[in-house]
Design a protein around this ligand. Sequence first.
Ligand SMILES: *[C@@H]1O[C@H](CO)[C@@H](O)[C@H](O)[C@H]1NC(C)=O
Ligand SMILES: *[C@@H]1O[C@H](CO)[C@@H](O)[C@H](O)[C@H]1NC(C)=O
Ligand SMILES: *[C@@H]1O[C@H](CO)[C@@H](O)[C@H](O)[C@H]1NC(C)=O
Ligand SMILES: *[C@@H]1O[C@H](CO)[C@@H](O)[C@H](O)[C@H]1NC(C)=O
Ligand SMILES: *[C@@H]1O[C@H](CO)[C@@H](O)[C@H](O)[C@H]1NC(C)=O
Ligand SMILES: *[C@@H]1O[C@H](CO)[C@@H](O)[C@H](O)[C@H]1NC(C)=O
Ligand SMILES: *[C@@H]1O[C@H](CO)[C@@H](O)[C@H](O)[C@H]1NC(C)=O
Ligand SMILES: *[C@@H]1O[C@H](CO)[C@@H](O)[C@H](O)[C@H]1NC(C)=O
Length: 623
Amino acid sequence: MKPRPTLLVSIAFFVFFSLNSLSTVESDLASERAALVTLRDAVGGRSLLWNLSENPCQWVGVFCDQKNSTVVELRLPAMGFSGQLPVALGNLTSLQTLSLRFNALSGRIPADIGDIISLRNLYLQGNFFSGEIPEFLFKLQNLVRLNLANNNFSGVISPSFNNLTRLDTLYLEGNQLTGSIPDLNLPLDQFNVSFNNLTGRIPQKLSNKPASAFQGTFLCGGPLVSCNGTSNGGDKLSGGAIAGIVIGCVIGFLLILLILIFLCRRKRDKKEVGSKDVEQPRESEVEIPGEKAAGGSGNVSAGQTGAVVKSEAKSSGTKNLVFFGNAVRAFDLEDLLKASAEVLGKGTFGTAYKATLDVGMVVAVKRLKEVTVPEKEFREKIEVVGNMNHENLVPLRAYYYSRDEKLLVHDYMPMGSLSALLHGNKGSGRTPLNWETRSGIALGAARGIAYIHSQGPANSHGNIKSSNILLTTSFEARVSDFGLAHLAGPTPTPNRIDGYRAPEVTDARKVSQKADVYSFGILLLELLTGKAPTHTQLNDEGVDLPRWVQSVVREEWSAEVFDPELLRYQTVEEDMVQLLQLASDCTAQYPDNRPSMSEVRSRMEDLCRSSSQEHDIIDDKSS
Ligand SMILES: *[C@@H]1O[C@H](CO)[C@@H](O)[C@H](O)[C@H]1NC(C)=O
Ligand SMILES: *[C@@H]1O[C@H](CO)[C@@H](O)[C@H](O)[C@H]1NC(C)=O
Ligand SMILES: *[C@@H]1O[C@H](CO)[C@@H](O)[C@H](O)[C@H]1NC(C)=O
Ligand SMILES: *[C@@H]1O[C@H](CO)[C@@H](O)[C@H](O)[C@H]1NC(C)=O
Ligand SMILES: *[C@@H]1O[C@H](CO)[C@@H](O)[C@H](O)[C@H]1NC(C)=O
Ligand SMILES: *[C@@H]1O[C@H](CO)[C@@H](O)[C@H](O)[C@H]1NC(C)=O
Ligand SMILES: *[C@@H]1O[C@H](CO)[C@@H](O)[C@H](O)[C@H]1NC(C)=O
Ligand SMILES: *[C@@H]1O[C@H](CO)[C@@H](O)[C@H](O)[C@H]1NC(C)=O
C-alpha cells in the first residue's frame, strides 16, 4: 500500500465531504433546538438559564456556524448536570465538539452519539459514566480528541479504536478498565491510561510515551519495568511467550529449508546449459535502473546523473553551461556529467542531485521537468533568477538548456532543508530545534523573500515551503527554488492539495506576492507548531493548518498549538504568541488583508531584536 495517494485521496474526500455537508445542512435548527431543550430538561435544567425565546445560537455554551443555521459546538463543562444523558444529542447532526466534562453524569452514553459523524472532539472526562466503552463510538470516523478519563468505565480497551484513524488524543485514565492494551495503530500524540486495572505488555507503538501515562496499572514493558514473564499475569503470559517462540522457531526453520532448496535448485539449473528460465529474471534485474533513470523517476543511485543526461547533451552538440555573475567557472558541462551524483529529493519542478565534481567541488543540480516555455522566454526568465543576489538566497550559478534537458546548478547546502530538520528523525538522536534557531531561520527566509519582492511587482517566489528553505552549517536560511514557478508547464495539477497555497491561487504559474505572503505565513505556523501543513494525521482539522491553529487558540489551548519542543523554553512564550499573530495575519483569507513582505520582514526584525534584548536582560540578572 502506498501511503501518499491514499493520503491525498482522503484529504480530497474530506474537503469535498465537509463542503458538501455544510451546504446541505439548512434549517435543522428547530430539531436541534428541541434536542437541546430535551438535554436541559433531563440533566438539571435549572442550572442552565437558557432563554427559550431567544435563538439557541445565543444560548450559553451553544456555538453555531457562521450563518447560525446549525450547532457546531456544545460546551457545557462543570454545569452541575447529573443523571443520565437523554437520547437527544444525535439530532445535533453538525456537531464537531461536545464537551460535558466535569459534571456528575452517570449511566451509559446514549447510542445516538454514535450518529454524530461530524464529531471531532468529545470531552466527557470527570463524570460517572459507566459500562463498557461503547462500540458505537468507533463509528465516529472524524474523531480527533477523545477524553473519557476519570469516569467509571469498565471492560477492555477495544481493538476497534483502530477504526478511529484520525485520533490524536486518547485519555482513558482513572477508570476501571481491565485487560491489556491492544495494538493501536494510531498517530496518537497524547495518550494516558493510568490508574486502570490494565495488565500485560505495553505495545511497542506506545512505548515512547512517558511512564506517567501508564502509572497505577499492572502494565509492563515500554517506559515501565520490563516484562520478564514471571511477574504478574504469569501463566498466560509465559504460555503465550512459549507459543510464540515455538511458532517462531518452526517458521524460521521452514524458511531456512526453503532458501536451501531454492539455492540448490538454482545451482543445478545454472549448470544446465541454455536454461532460459533462470537467465530471464537476471537480465531484467540489470536493466531496471537504466530504464528508471531514463524515465526520470525511481530511485537513481550514485553515479547516474551523468549517464542520464549524457546522451541527450551530446546529441545537442555545442551547447554548454551558462554561468552567472562572476561565479568561478571551475567546471564545464563535461565535468558536470562525469560527476558522481546522488538524489537529494524530488521537488515540484524536478529532481535535485548532489553532484561531486572530479575537482572536489560539490554542487546541487536540478533537472527541470515539464518546462514548456520557449527557449527565449526561458533564458530571459532564468536570467532574472540568476541575477538575484542576496545573502538569504541560494544563488543560481549556472544553467544548461537544450530541447530535452534543462539543468540548474546551485550551491550545495549541506544541512539540507528546514522541512527535513523539522519533521525528519523524530527519534531519540534528534537535536531539538530551539526558539532562537527557528526565529533566526524565519527571519532569514523573510529577508530573502522580501528581497525577491523588492525586485519588482511581478517578481514572486511562487513556491514557498519548508523544503525550499535550505540551511547553512550555522543554520542560516537560504531560500531556494524561487522564480521557477513561472517556468512550469501548463498543467498546474489542480487536484494536488498543497497546504502552502493561498486560497485564491488557481494557476501555479501565477502566484502573486500576496500569495507568497500566505505561504510564508503557513511556514511560520509550521515552525511554531512543528506540524507539516499537508500532514492529515497531525493537523486536526484535516486540511488547513491556519484554521486548525485558529480553532485551538479559540478554545484557549494556545500552549497546545506550539511544538512541544519549543515549550521547553518558557521564557519566550510571549514572542511565540507574537509570531503566531504575524502568521495569522499572513494567512488572512483575502489577499488585501495580508501584510506586504517588507512589512513582515520588519515586524520579524523587531520581534527578534526585542527577544534578544530580553535575553540580555535575563543574562544580566543571572550573572
Ligand atoms: C430529533 O429530531 C427528530 C426529527 O428530526 C424529532 O422527531 C425528534 O423529536 C428529535 N429528538 C429530540 C430529542 O428532540
Ligand atoms: C428572553 O429574551 C427575550 C427576547 O430577547 C427578552 O425579551 C426577555 O427579557 C428575555 N428573558 C430573560 C429572562 O432574560
Ligand atoms: C449569529 O448569532 C450570534 C450570537 O447569537 C450573533 O452575534 C450573530 O450576529 C448571528 N449571525 C447571523 C448571521 O445571524
Ligand atoms: C471497524 O472497521 C471495520 C472495517 O472497516 C468494520 O468492519 C467494523 O465494523 C468497524 N467497527 C466498528 C465498531 O465500527
Ligand atoms: C462503578 O462501576 C461499578 C461496576 O463496574 C459499580 O459497582 C460502582 O457502583 C460504580 N461507581 C459509581 C460511582 O458509579
Ligand atoms: C481494580 O483493582 C483494584 C485494586 O487492585 C481492585 O480493588 C478493583 O476491584 C479492581 N477493579 C476491577 C474492575 O477489576
Ligand atoms: C496521566 O494521568 C495521570 C493522572 O491524571 C497524571 O498524573 C499523569 O501525569 C498523566 N500522564 C500523561 C503523560 O499524560
Ligand atoms: C523478574 O521479575 C521479578 C519480579 O517480578 C524480579 O524479582 C526479577 O529480578 C526479574 N528478573 C529479571 C531478569 O528481570
